[in-house]
Ligand binder design. Structure first.
Ligand SMILES: [Zn+2]
Ligand SMILES: [Zn+2]
Length: 206
């Protein structure tokens, strides 16, 4: 497993392009925008994109989904709890945020503990509601992609539709802080961190 981080879109949400080195089969996590940048990377590295996995369906994480769907033969995956959000520009905020209206049906609804196989890679879906109802984190090997649930030194906002402060804290404490302390955390915005670092220093978790 090998991945690159590309901040995309006007909100520079982290898009992670995760590839199986042997088969070149690839999953794209949160393509927030700038489809052409993404397309260039895919072509340059000769990646075979199999799916887009959304950590949640807010506008800043989905800007290039429609173009990717039209350009590659891929499956779009989102948690059941954010399925309707992806279909509605007012709920996903793409009517006011970003520069592309996104209203589409996902191909696959995810639930807690699902595994997603891409080449020789296996992602485990961890449902972590709180930032949105259908927010998920994705664990693979010693890495967890946390979307807008957990950031380095912070947590996601909980004032948008479906958000809950109580729930996000519960999700982080019960579903992420139980992971091995050396697990590397790659959030939806900003720099990477580790479970140990957040357990010890994240002010929301003390
Ligand atoms: Zn968000
Ligand atoms: Zn975001």
């Amino acid at each position: 497993m090998k991945f690159i981080r590309i901040p995309l879109g006007i909100y520079q949400a982290n898009c992670y392009v995760v590839s199986d080195e042997e088969t070149k089969k690839t999953a794209i996590i949160d393509p927030g925008g700038d489809f052409n940048t993404l397309k260039q990377v895919i072509e340059e590295k000769k990646l075979s994109v199999e799916c887009v996995i959304l950590t949640h369906a807010h506008a800043d994480h989905i800007g290039a989904v429609l173009d990717l769907k039209n350009h590659c033969d891929i499956e779009i995956m989102v948690h059941d709890g954010d399925y309707d959000m992806l279909k509605n520009k007012r709920i996903n905020h793409s009517d006011v945020m970003g520069n592309r209206i996104i209203e589409m049906e996902a191909d696959k609804k995810l639930k807690d503990n699902d595994t997603i196989s891409v080449g020789n890679m296996e992602f485990i879906v961890i449902h972590t509601p709180g930032h949105s109802k259908g927010s998920i984190c994705l664990k693979i090997d010693n890495v967890v992609f946390t979307g807008d649930t957990l950031f380095a030194g912070s947590i996601g906002r909980t004032d948008l539709k479906g958000g809950s402060f109580k729930e996000i804290i519960k999700s982080i404490k019960e579903k992420l802080m139980i992971l091995s302390e050396d697990t590397k955390v790659y959030p939806g915005h900003g720099p990477s961190t580790t479970i140990k670092e957040e357990k010890e220093n994240n002010p929301f978790l003390q």
